[in-house]
Design a protein. Structure first.
Length: 95
């Protein structure tokens, strides 16, 4: 239960929730650069939010992909067991 609460806290930030929705929409792991491009954010803005999501259990690193011009890319995906729970609670929350 505490982990689910931590996930909700992490997704309470609008930027992290947008990252979460982009990962969910994609249906596949995305690199930081792909997420940043899709949301029109700088990768340096996206990285700390993804790290917070990883720490709280809402996202995970899936490994590295070769061939990125800047070196290996970390690939991110959502943690599926939290997807329905977090989405249901975020959309039911009054703003």
């Amino acid at each position: 239960m505490q982990q689910q609460l931590d996930v909700l806290k992490a997704l309470g930030d609008n930027t992290r929730y947008a990252l979460y929705l982009e990962l969910l929409r994609a249906g596949r792991p995305l690199s930081t650069a792909e997420i940043a491009e899709a949301l029109r954010l700088h990768p340096n803005t996206v990285r700390p939010h993804l790290e917070r999501m990883r720490i709280e259990g809402a996202a995970m690193r899936r490994g590295a992909i070769e061939g990125d011009m800047e070196g290996a890319k970390l690939v991110r995906s959502i943690v599926r067991r939290h997807a329905t729970f977090a989405h249901r609670h975020k959309t039911n929350t009054a703003i």
